[in-house]
Design a protein around this ligand. Structure first.
Ligand code: E4P
Length: 217
């Protein structure tokens, strides 16, 4: 399972990278705004800064909603850095753009996926990743994890190469449950990754080991 961090915060990205288990970063316009990154050129510069910190894929989202605009923006984003994956919204022109980029060998992440049908057509168009938003489904009393299972089943039926990027992860149990189902990638806050480490019995056990070591020295 690949671990992506879902933030535009450079310190958190560095911390995750230093942990040694980071495979990539996802961003979106809201995450950029949260860090105070505004204006076209500043946003492009920020993507490059992120790419220079991490080794893996960095999703950079287009803000156009028409085919021509997405193509123009996506091509410029892809030229910024070899690690950039162009993030395209799940809309009709988005599907056309994904197909266009797929034919050109430019990698894409189809975002805002909330149904199996959307994941199916994105895979047909050649998306590298699809991003089902599980937390936002849970927020409206719908089973986000079930969507991951259903997409995994459909992709297995037809051996699609598109990777399932479980997005909108809110906590560590989401990460563990996605791993059990077989999501290819998770993207979430740093806390959801660091939460995998904690167990009170580990802390108690370590404390005792260290205490016993001191007895003999
Ligand atoms: C995915 O790429 C999105 O950036 C993200 O996971 C959305 O998560 P949210 O629902 O917590 O905003």
């Amino acid at each position: 399972m690949k671990f992506f961090i879902d933030t535009a915060n450079l310190e958190q990205i560095k911390e995750a990278q230093d942990l040694g288990v980071l495979d990539g970063v996802t961003t979106n316009p809201s995450l950029m705004a949260k860090e105070g990154i505004t204006g076209h050129q500043n946003i492009l510069d920020h993507y490059v800064k992120i790419c220079n910190i991490v080794d893996g894929d960095v999703s950079a989202e287009v803000i156009s909603t028409d085919f021509e605009g997405m193509v123009e923006e996506g091509e410029a984003l892809a030229k910024l850095h070899s690690q950039i994956v162009v993030k395209i919204p799940m809309i009709l022109d988005g599907i056309k753009a994904i197909k266009y980029f797929s034919n050109k060998g430019i990698r894409t992440n189809c975002t805002l996926i909330f149904s199996v049908g959307q994941a199916l057509i994105a895979a047909k168009a050649g998306a590298t990743y699809v991003s089902p938003f599980i937390g936002r489904l849970d927020d409206i009393s719908t089973d986000g994890l079930n969507l991951i299972s259903e997409i995994a089943n459909v992709y297995d039926n037809y051996a699609f190469n598109t990777q399932i990027l479980a997005a909108s992860i809110r906590h560590t149990m989401h990460v563990i449950d996605c791993a059990k189902i077989g999501a290819d990638v998770m993207t979430g806050p740093l806390s959801s990754i660091k939460g995998l480490i904690n167990h009170p019995l580990t802390d108690i056990g370590l404390e005792k080991f260290l205490k016993d070591y001191k007895k003999g020295n």
